[in-house]
Design a protein around this ligand. Structure first.
Ligand code: GRF
Length: 213
């Protein structure tokens, strides 16, 4: 039998988890607001461990369901929340809590994170916010940058999707460096999420990443 008409378009349902200001969330929302990205995916849920997170307010201002995760360590409860909202892709955007293994295993290859340095340097437990940039400056590094990676069971450890370098200047402090790196995060993170939901970037069985943004 011949089929007529267009195939239904498949739109990924993305959840963003954030603990803080939410500037990366804003960049993601802007990216998926129109154009080709809007046809590949949509942010349908924003969740935070912190009820005062600016990210929740940004989501609500755009009419996107926003929720707190009081039981952020309760993996099965979070999985239930994600399943209820039919989430298939999760983007951590300044999310400071350890993601329970039920999520990293259940959504393998579908959970992304952005880190404000060039991993595997300057990452790991306790390396977040200005601590990362202080460590980069203290080490005398001339280059820092942003990394987008798949999330596994260790902090800042999963397979790398994209990286972009950012110069470190002699008079930088953590705040000026953070600002410069953040602009790069905003550029590469939304594109990375789109590449994953569109299937252009894939986490292979052997743990390697195929494709590029
Ligand atoms: C970003 O630098 C992100 O890489 C880090 O925390 C910061 C969050 O910023 N993990 P924002 O909340 O997206 O503005």
């Amino acid at each position: 039998m011949q089929r007529s008409g267009k195939l239904p378009s498949v739109t990924a349902r993305i959840a963003v988890l954030a603990s803080g200001t939410g500037s990366n969330l804003e960049a993601i929302l802007n990216h998926f607001a129109d154009g080709a990205a809007a046809e590949t995916g949509a942010v349908v849920l924003v969740a935070s461990d912190n009820p005062r997170a600016g990210a929740l307010a940004r989501a609500r201002a755009r009419g996107i369901p926003a929720t707190t995760l009081p039981n952020w360590a309760d993996g099965p409860a979070i999985v239930d929340r994600l399943r209820d909202a039919r989430i298939d892709t999760i983007a951590l955007a300044g999310y400071l809590r350890f993601l329970p293994p039920e999520i990293t295993r259940g959504y393998r290859g579908r959970v992304l994170n952005v880190h404000p340095a060039l991993l595997p340097a300057f990452g790991g437990r306790g390396m977040y916010g200005h601590r990362v940039h202080d460590a980069v400056i203290a080490a005398g590094a001339r280059v820092s940058g942003a990394t987008v990676h798949f999330v596994d069971e260790e902090y800042d450890h999963g397979p790398i999707i994209a990286q972009e370098p950012v110069p470190v200047f002699p008079d930088d402090d953590a705040a000026t460096l953070a600002q410069r790196v953040l602009r790069t995060e905003h550029a590469i993170y939304p594109r990375s999420i789109e590449a994953v939901v569109a299937g252009r970037v894939v986490l292979c069985e052997n743990g390697r990443v195929r494709g590029s943004i």
